[in-house]
Design a protein around this ligand. Structure first.
Ligand SMILES: Cc1ncc(C[n+]2csc(CCOP(=O)(O)OP(=O)(O)O)c2C)c(N)n1
Ligand SMILES: [Mg+2]
Length: 755
């Protein structure tokens, strides 16, 4: 019979496991009765055979203690409403080794259990205070240098830690994107903001490694390495064996990752600094030297629960909890300090208590600092817009020489050629922007040799090379992750999403990540981009829902995002210039919706009239952000507010309405869908007797609702008014597709009901 385990002392059965871990540490140190070695000098190995020297160990141990006491402090002060976050790093303090082995210029996208990593990275620059900076973030203080009090994030501008929200795994694609951008930027001669041999650090938990967003990043990293293309990303899986309450099957992480051919696997014991450090360093060195994606499987544990609100005692056995707590990495670090002779028991306890004191003092200080109390302050970094600078940038024209070469000589400049349709003018505008911005890059599915499904990007790769224009693997999450990574490295990114329907499965990369970066970093970090999406319905060549998706609702409520939707070629060119300028000047994340059905449209009222062809605007012209295009501004009988395909349809319908009702009809192409220009909407409605809103999107939650709301809020809701809008349905195949979206006949009929 196996001996029964010793009984668990009464004091160990308490509810507050943080207190128990705290007491445990002190008692364990006091009770230690081993024999210390002769004290090592700073440069000597901390223990025989360890790759870590005594100075290094001492610093790592201090970083671990800072992290632990920030956790303990947070648990105590949360209940006093001085701290607002209790997801801690306890058990993960070994990640300090990753910070030590990397540089402060290696961009880091961190797991939320990165207190020790941060404390250690703070050492890399003089004059910084990890405790105070962290305390300010815990306290949601306006003085928090990472987020300005918007969230408890691990982030630092000088330390190249880009703040993360806590959607698990969502940061992996952009970490990979940043790694690829380091290499790609170097190859196109772009001045990188960090050294050329930098690597990207990206940490996450064991449960998170199963997430689709994580898996696609691993896959894309392997896909890249398989082709012998560099991707120097260090994936650090902090394996504590559990995700909230769900255990990761024993051995699963090694099983799943140890033998991937194009993801180089290194295991390190994150619970033991003396033995773990060599392996951590090996992983970092390998990644830096080979530029291959590297998977560091870092063994950790989780003590004190998932967060302060997780009372593990209620759902785990006491025996199991005590067993887990016995694996506390700080106990092992204390043992190393004692066994090596580096520190005495008293020194350790004194350091422990002194760190506690500093953390509480910093927290009290932080609690006394101002918090965000005004909405204007909260949203200040969300959607910066400096019109004068944007306009100057959008109209800046100093690339005459390069564009002449791109277009094949002065005579072939597009503004000197006859009017053309939308697809051609977008293509011309992209060539122009690439001539203007040497840092511009464009990527997506099929965009390179083929030039996209609709040939909108045709010739770009030939003109600008395969480092600036390239095909990605088939995954929208990765395309948008790449865009963020490229932007992080100061490149201008034009990611393409092949169809609007396919944006939706990667939406979080814009919603949760790209659009939130300026907000959560208080404007310190930005990932500007112009995301082009082939969009909307009415296609005759290619049917079905997924090629005709007309829902932009998922984009419309993303804070800070700009959405532009041109309906004709000249507007597309000037809008693209403005979006590129907004990205460059203000760091904005922009969506450019290209109405597929208008790509090739040439005529407006009759076959052969060429009414929808437009001249190419010279490169010093741009569109003012928010500005609408008005057709027949003098008309006042009826205004039709619309966008996209609705514009030529409404212009045709306007003729019929004029013929039947005798009304003059004003058609307003809003062009900018987020934010909506509410003042312009109110002005046109105010000037006209009747109102039609033509919205090809769906009835619920679409643009039309926003337009009607703007009208109502302007006090103009009493005017005769109707909405012609798509049905709340997916788009069917063949002719049935046209039953679910607005038609010209419907527009004319709706106008007839307005008296
Ligand atoms: C996309 C997403 N789904 C669910 C959650 C909720 N959640 C937060 S942490 C977590 C468990 C993560 O476990 P693991 O990756 O092992 O990290 P650990 O907390 O153990 O360090 C879950 C399910 C989330 N933040 N994001
Ligand atoms: Mg875990």
């Amino acid at each position: 019979m196996p001996a029964s385990p010793p009984p668990i002392p009464a004091r160990m059965r308490g509810l507050n496991r943080a207190e128990i871990c705290d007491v445990n540490f002190q008692e364990w140190v006091r009770d230690w009765d081993g024999r210390p070695d002769a004290r090592p000098s700073d440069d000597e190995a901390i223990l025989d055979g360890s790759a870590l020297d005594a100075r290094g160990f001492r610093e790592l141990f201090e970083s671990q203690l800072i992290s632990r006491h920030l956790d303990l402090m947070a648990r105590v002060l949360r209940v006093q409403d001085k701290v607002f976050y209790t997801i801690g790093s306890s058990g993960h303090e070994g990640n300090a080794m990753v910070a030590r082995a990397t540089r402060h210029t290696d961009p880091a996208f961190l797991h939320y259990r990165s207190g020790a990593f941060m404390a250690e990275r703070f050492r890399k620059l003089p004059g910084m205070d990890p405790i105070m900076d962290s305390a300010l973030s815990f306290a949601a203080s306006k003085d928090d240098p990472a987020s300005g009090g918007r969230h408890k994030v691990w982030g630092s501008k000088p330390l190249w830690v880009l703040p993360q929200t806590s959607t698990i795994a969502s940061h992996l694609p952009k970490a990979l994107g940043t790694a690829i951008a380091i290499e790609q930027g170097r190859r196109i001669g772009h001045a990188l903001p960090i050294p050329e041999d930098s690597i990207v650090v990206c940490s996450f938990g064991d449960a998170s490694s199963n997430h689709a967003t994580a898996q696609t990043a691993f896959n894309a990293a392997g896909w890249t390495a398989y082709q012998k293309l560099p991707a120097p990303v260090l994936f650090v899986c902090e394996d504590n064996g559990i995700g909230i309450s769900v255990k990761t099957p024993e051995g699963w992480i090694a099983r799943n990752f140890a033998e991937r051919r194009d993801l180089d696997y290194v295991y390190a014991d994150g619970l033991d600094l003396a033995t773990g450090y060599a392996d951590v360093q090996r992983a970092v060195d390998h990644c830096r030297r080979t530029r291959r994606p590297t998977f560091l499987h870092l063994r950790t544990t989780r003590i004190m629960g998932h967060a302060g609100t997780d009372f593990e005692i209620e759902w785990r056995s006491i025996e199991e909890l005590v067993r887990v707590e016995a694996g506390d990495p700080l106990l092992r670090s204390a043992a190393i300090a004692l066994e090596s002779g580096l520190m005495s028991k008293d020194e350790i306890v004194a350091l422990y208590e002194e760190t506690r004191r500093k953390c509480f003092a910093a927290a009290e200080d932080a609690d006394g600092r101002p918090r965000l109390t005004e909405l204007a302050d909260v949203v200040a970094p969300l959607a910066p817009y400096t019109p004068a600078l944007v306009d100057a940038e959008a109209t800046r024209f100093d690339h005459a020489v390069s564009r002449a070469a791109v277009f094949g000589g002065d005579e072939k400049l597009p503004e000197k050629l006859p009017p053309r349709h939308l697809a051609i003018q977008i293509n011309n505008a992209l060539h122009d922007l690439f001539a203007k911005y040497p840092e511009a890059t464009l990527f997506g599915e099929d965009v390179a040799q083929k030039g996209g499904v609709y040939t909108v990007t045709k010739g770009l790769q030939k003109a600008f090379g395969n480092r600036r224009v390239f095909n990605t693997l088939l995954d929208e999450t990765i395309i948008l992750g790449l865009a963020q990574g490229f932007a992080n490295m100061g490149l201008m990114a034009f990611p393409e999403i092949q169809y609007l329907a396919y944006f939706h499965n990667a939406c979080d990369q814009i919603r949760g990540e790209a659009a939130s970066l300026q907000f959560f970093s208080n404007g310190q970090y930005r990932n500007p981009m112009v995301m082009r999406i082939a969009s909307l319905g009415y296609q005759r060549g290619f049917g079905g829902h997924f090629h005709n998706d007309n829902s932009i609702t998922a984009l419309r409520d993303i804070p800070g995002l700009v959405i532009g939707c041109p309906s004709r070629g000249d507007d597309a060119a000037t809008m693209l210039r403005t979006l590129a300028a907004m990205a460059r000047v203000d760091g904005r994340v922009c969506a450019f919706l290209e109405p597929i059905a208008l790509y090739m449209a040439k005529d407006l009222h009759a076959a052969g009239d060429g009414g929808w062809l437009t001249a190419y605007p010279p490169p010093d012209q741009a569109m003012v952000f928010g500005e609408e295009r008005v057709y027949d501004a003098a008309a006042t009988d009826l205004v039709i507010l619309t966008f996209g395909n609705g514009v030529p349809m409404s212009l045709r319908a306007a003729r019929a309405i004029e013929a039947t009702n005798g009304w003059r009809v004003r058609v307003v192409d809003l062009r900018w869908l987020l934010p909506l220009n509410e003042a312009a909407i109110a002005r046109h409605v105010g000037e006209c007797a009747r109102v039609l809103v033509v919205d090809e999107g769906r009835r619920s939650a679409g643009v039309g609702e926003g337009i009607l709301t703007a009208i109502a809020e302007a006090g103009l809701g009493a005017k005769p008014m109707r909405r012609v809008v798509g049905a709340d349905t997916f788009t069917p195949l063949a002719g049935a597709a046209f039953l679910v979206i607005p038609s010209e006949t419907e527009i004319v009929a709706a106008a007839a009901t307005l008296t």
